[in-house]
Design a protein around this ligand. Structure first.
Ligand SMILES: Cc1ncc(COP(=O)(O)O)c(C=O)c1O
Length: 494
């Protein structure tokens, strides 16, 4: 594809939804003739009007979705350096393993005795996640990182309640990901922001002033949302413990420290793991993914039920009778196939391979920053970023009027997915970049060249950036409206 040329998908562009292709009584599938007596649907249960489903032939269906996929950009298309989101290219090996018939054909209601292999896989995965994070036990139930946060906070609440303490506040750094405060509110706590200092790290002096007997805990990701390792982490966790609180590790950035250090050793009590960021499972958009939660020994009783059990004879089963448990967070035992992918990734890499993953994640981010920092300097230049970094387009904006959003849109025309922009909120004209460990040196250099080209154009031909994107099926979207007025469902009455 020539760079900057309008995208042309193959085949006719009908432009509409599948409903627009619908023709009454057209079908994509024909059932074999009934070989059992026909039973009339009781009138009370029968539908009075048409279901309003698309009625299309198989080729309508296949072509419609194939065309849509051609308009989409994913990790199978190219690099996706969206900071914080960790959109990494996942090895297909994990998909292959999850597709093995022995995993695919299981039913969650099968008796435990017939699924011992699957339970043993879950047990080994739990053990591995605990070894990686320094926790005692884990639940594999939560279907996403955000649900893991909710799980951890409910555990925190149950722990304080059992001590007869109605603690109300949870501390969160001001650079934190939006799901953190949202989960805190959902779990019934009040959010107390902790300011960052001029290094981009938690301001420990300010934190000291915020800690009191109403603090249930602190939520932190390390490296933090600016990609910087919290150097005072042991002091921070000790401070919270001293006040009777618990410390929660948001594991979204675990791929930066895999095999090198462990949240448990830093003093964290509860950890969630975003398997889609660290262990090769697909992004779930809030689920279906997997956000396992690990806890230290003193919190094991509160884990969601059931928890996996290994009996003395080596057989596996589930412990359901657990009076202190916070209950169930998801149907059955979590998203099984997603967990199979995580298992495959962990065990195919082994301990040394996982260590290499974190090394490459940090190396890639630092190399990329070194290529672009002249045009887009690091927001906190004194710190060395780990697996991601936050740069700023402020100097470019001051010199040319071109903003981070314009650069992001121009990147699309140059064939790359944009970086995250305007997050974290504490950085002016933020561009948050996470190349991930799976991208090659060539790809990083290509992406850096595109960013540098955009910066050069901002000075010579700024309209190229202001008008971008011109190669996409739709131009600049009203993103605030798209986020606030979601329309996800076709309504047959329209
Ligand atoms: C730092 C951080 N915490 C939590 C989450 C939420 O994870 P999930 O998308 O799995 O719900 C994200 C997702 O991007 C994140 O970046």
């Amino acid at each position: 594809m020539s760079r900057g040329a309008p995208i042309r998908t193959q085949g006719p562009d009908d432009g509409g939804t599948l409903m627009d292709r619908s023709v009454p009584d057209r079908r994509a599938f024909s059932f074999a003739p009934l070989d059992v007596p026909e039973v009339a649907v009781p009138p009370a249960l029968a539908r009075a009007a048409r279901a309003g489903l698309p009625e299309v032939a198989e080729f309508d269906l296949v072509r419609h979705y194939t065309r849509l996929s051609q308009e989409n950009y994913g990790t199978d298309t190219g690099a996706y350096p969206l900071g914080s989101c960790t959109m990494k290219y996942n090895p297909k090996m994990a998909e292959t393993v999850a597709g093995f018939p022995g995993f695919q054909r299981l039913h969650p209601l099968q008796p435990d005795s017939s699924v011992q292999g699957a339970l043993s896989m879950l047990w080994r995965l739990e053990e591995a996640l605990c070894a990686i994070t320094g926790m005692a036990r884990a639940t594999l139930q939560p279907p996403a990182g955000a649900c893991g946060e909710m799980t951890g906070l409910l555990i925190m609440r149950a722990y304080h309640r059992d001590r007869g303490e109605g603690r109300t506040k949870v501390l969160i750094p001001d650079a934190a990901h939006g799901t953190n405060p949202a989960s805190v509110r959902l779990a019934g706590f009040e959010v107390v922001p902790v300011p960052s200092d001029n290094r981009g790290l938690v301001d420990v002096t300010a934190l000291e002033g915020l800690v009191d007997e109403q603090v249930a805990g602190l939520m932190l990701t390390n490296p933090n949302t600016l990609g910087l390792f919290e150097e005072d982490i042991e002091r921070i966790t000790a401070l919270i413990h001293h006040a009777g609180g618990l410390v929660y590790y948001d594991g979204a950035n675990l791929n930066a420290i895999l095999g090198r250090c462990r949240p448990g050793d830093m003093g964290f009590d509860i950890v969630h793991i975003n398997t889609h960021k660290t262990f090769a499972t697909p992004h779930g958009g809030g689920g279906p993914g997997a956000g396992p939660v690990g806890v230290k020994e003193h919190l094991v009783d509160y884990l969601p039920s059931p928890v996996l059990r290994r009996d003395e004879d080596g057989t596996f089963g589930w412990d359901r009778d657990r009076p202190a448990s916070i209950g169930r967070l998801h149907g059955f035992n979590g998203n099984f196939a997603v967990l199979v992918r995580a298992y495959a990734y962990v065990f195919i890499h082994g301990a040394d391979g996982l260590k290499e993953v974190s090394e490459l994640a940090a190396l890639n981010a630092n190399y990329l920053l070194s290529l672009i920092r002249e045009d887009f300097p690091a927001a906190y230049p004194k710190g060395r970023p780990m697996h991601e970094f936050v740069a700023t387009a402020k100097p470019l904006k001051d010199a040319t009027g071109i903003r981070a959003m314009d650069v992001a849109k121009r990147l699309i025309d140059l064939g790359y997915h944009p970086t995250t922009v305007y997050f974290p909120l504490v950085v002016d004209e933020a561009m948050m970049v996470e190349p991930t460990e799976t991208e090659s040196k060539d790809t990083l250099e290509g992406f850096a060249a595109a960013l540098r080209q955009a910066a050069a154009e901002a000075r010579t031909t700024p309209e190229l950036l202001r008008d971008a994107p011109v190669t996409t099926p739709v131009r600049r979207l009203d993103e605030a409206r798209a986020a606030r007025r979601l329309k996800l469902r076709w309504d047959c009455r329209e």
